[in-house]
Write a protein that binds this ligand. Structure first.
Ligand code: 5GP
Length: 126
């Protein structure tokens, strides 16, 4: 069910539960600001989700509400993950779905990191 980002943060969402350690995830990286783990249904040889540790529904919510330290920490963590995975060359794609039209499914901000094959054009043509 796509996320309606006009709704407040729902503390029972699956990524909040992963952050609390209530359900397992294949962890790739963690620091004070972010957690990265493998997507449960990978769409590329490398498909990692990077999430902030704070309670934010989507990117614009995060940009408006998070502290400068949270934003810097999260953005840096995404870059660290890319380099630690060794995908900075030959390259990777970052994608963040936000809201109903994007078909965001989990209402906790996450950036998808895809790599490991030619990723094609940005969007599938209609
Ligand atoms: P969205 O459509 O919200 O941008 O992407 C949500 C992503 O979360 C999907 O790629 C989906 O496979 C992944 N996902 C959903 N539930 C789980 C889970 O319990 N564990 C992990 N590791 N990934 C999940």
């Amino acid at each position: 069910m796509p996320v309606d980002t006009s709704q407040p943060y729902d503390d029972s969402n699956i990524f909040a539960r992963i952050l609390r350690g209530e359900i397992p995830a294949a962890k790739v990286y963690e620091d004070d600001w972010a957690l990265a783990f493998n997507d449960i249904a990978p769409q590329a040889p490398t498909h990692v989700l990077v999430i902030p540790k704070g309670a934010y529904v989507c990117w614009d919510d995060f940009a408006a509400q998070a502290s400068d330290a949270e934003i810097a920490g999260y953005v840096r963590a995404i870059g660290i993950v890319a380099r630690q995975l060794g995908v900075d060359t030959p390259g990777y794609r970052l994608l963040a779905n936000c809201g109903l039209d994007s078909h965001q499914e989990v209402p906790h901000l996450h950036v998808h990191l895809f790599a490991g094959r030619k990723l094609g054009h940005m969007l599938v043509p209609e």
